[in-house]
Design a protein around this ligand. Structure first.
Ligand code: ATP
Ligand code: ATP
Ligand code: MG
Ligand code: MG
Lengths: 165, 157, 157, 165
């Protein structure tokens, strides 16, 4: 299983539909300060069901939606889709390609979809729990947070090993 | 539950000791349980000793040594229980050139099993990638993406 | 007391607006008093708008934008009330090449009044220095120092 | 007024007597990870009377003293001296060159000296209060702390302006 593609639209600074295709191995993302690199990492966490707004550098769900810029009006919706190659069936669902999507509207409402059909967040969490993608703190290491594990108390570090178990 | 935790802990501890001295090119590090008799509640201590130095508390490590020690822990968790992909956002920002080189070597090794998406300003790290995306922003505050060949990535830096 | 605070605040706020748009090559920023009627207790708000973007909360700034905004504040405090010297420890670590260049230009300007001791891994910043010291460490964990000419500093990087 | 020289001996990783001569303008300090660059910044803060051990990445005064290394025994004392050019008399003392020193012994005792003669910390603080060197948070910006001012609450930021006043 690996991540084949991310699609962002209306998510933070990605006002236009933007696609990243990924191969296995290493993909590098580079670019000047403030251009949206960390927003991609936030988008991945968000699509996987992240509940904590602070982790996403936000106050509310509306912060996920493009606020507008010079000569550019704000978006009404944010959407991030993650497409996984599931030929090894590590996600317990009978598709060789699985796309998980999350949408947020200005109303504060959030929608979750699998391969285009709407489901509940609970269903996504259940689907991921069966695979090694479940709530792993070390799937996304945020900017400036690499040494966060060293600043934890010993009892807090325990959780890292329980996730890996 | 307890045995699964203990087995995982032992496996990660073994990897951590090995990866630490690979990344630091020497020295030694251990993971230790704060209360081995109570597997259900015990915490985990980290002891790190860079090459040539005395064993000290984590707080005395330098910025770069902290980043490298934490990366060694991350890599050992991935060795024992890989996730399908892993996103690293500027984890190499504080590293000097020699440490970036060792970080990159280990990353390339792990990338056989785990897919990595690495956000970086370090040329050495970019060179290890099969695919490179350049992100830019127009005057309208909208992110734009271009797929770069490695030689083009040199120019964007 | 209150008038000294207010005078200082006004002077720093003026500098901050100017230095911010020099460092970001555009955009605008302000300092604002949270409670102007109570000079004895009022707090200070920072509003920063990088070029082309809408005004947003500080939390939405990127890593590099935060470092640059904070540096603009530091530089404006130094303009208004210089200290005899100032030590900067890797304040440029998150900055891209263009921002390092603008940071360096402003640093060189301020260095007419204030002495700077700058710890950095950035070649661009090292090039602005009159004197360069290289620190190394033997296998006995003891720091050693060498004075470098600029061309030698290139090699140490 | 400017800083002419720093001398460290037995302070953290500077086991041997080490001197840095500074001119006006910009001095750069470079070197690999863990070689002692940030320890110099800590040494400056310490010699100026820093009371908070956490700011110095330490637990106690003993952490200031060289702990030893391979084939190198620990030091019994740490000393940092800062020599200022005082030809403009900004320090209210009748010397053209003023050296402030701080020493720490394994016993936990700290000594302060001005131009070689022992004084109290109170005296140093009084001397500095008269100059623009007094307890300014922006004299030394620590590693990873550049954006600390942005993370403060508005009422906490006020102190920066009071210092500058
Ligand atoms: N909802 C939103 N709408 C529009 N723009 C947004 C939104 N949320 C964040 N941004 C913008 O995204 C930018 C930050 O992007 P990001 O943190 O991804 O930058 P980066 O490329 O990681 O930069 P650095 O190299 O400095 O870390 C900010 O300038 C902010 O204005
Ligand atoms: N009391 C002490 N005795 C001996 N060594 C010490 C003492 N306190 C700290 N050190 C050592 O100093 C080293 C850290 O130095 P410092 O933080 O200055 O590195 P640095 O050059 O700033 O590196 P980086 O580029 O990673 O920030 C640690 O490895 C630590 O072992
Ligand atoms: Mg970023
Ligand atoms: Mg350092």
């Amino acid at each position: 299983m690996y991540l084949k593609r991310i699609t962002l639209q209306g998510y933070k600074s990605f006002a236009e539909k933007t696609e990243f295709e990924f191969a296995e191995g290493i993909t590098a993302i580079i670019g000047p300060n403030g251009t949206g690199k960390s927003n991609i990492a936030d988008g991945i966490r968000w699509a996987l069901g992240e509940r904590s707004m602070t982790t996403l550098r936000a106050k509310s769900s509306a912060d996920m939606i493009f606020v507008g810029g010079d000569g550019r009006s704000r978006a009404g919706m944010a959407q991030v889709s993650l497409t996984f190659d599931n030929t090894d069936a590590s996600l317990p669902i009978d598709f060789s390609e699985v796309t998980i999507s999350r949408r947020a509207y200005r109303s504060g409402e959030n929608e979750y979809l699998i391969n285009g059909s709407q489901i509940l967040l609970r269903d996504i969490e259940e689907l991921l729990a069966g695979s090694s993608l479940s709530e792993r703190t070390y799937t996304v290491i945020g900017q400036g947070l690499v040494d966060a594990a060293l600043s934890l108390r010993p009892d807090e570090r325990r959780a890292l090993f329980e996730e890996a178990a | 539950m307890e045995t699964a935790f203990k087995e995982t802990f032992d496996a990660v501890a073994k990897e951590f000791a090995e990866i630490f001295s690979r990344l630091f090119d020497g020295g030694e590090a251990q993971l230790a349980l704060t209360d081995p008799d109570d597997l259900l509640n015990t915490g985990v201590d980290i002891v790190a000793r860079p090459p040539g130095k005395r064993s000290q508390r984590l707080a005395l490590l330098s910025g770069g040594e902290r980043a490298l020690t934490a990366t060694a822990l991350l890599f050992s968790l991935l060795e024992v229980s890989a996730t399908p992909f892993c996103v690293l956002d500027e984890v190499d920002a504080m590293l000097d050139e020699a440490n970036v080189g060792r970080f990159r070597t280990k990353l390339e090794e792990l990338a056989q099993e785990t897919q990595f998406i690495v956000i970086t300003h370090n040329r050495g790290t970019v060179e290890s990638a099969r695919t490179v995306y350049g992100v830019s922003m127009g005057s309208d505050a909208v992110s734009q993406v271009v797929s770069l060949r490695i030689d083009e990535a040199e120019a964007v830096g």
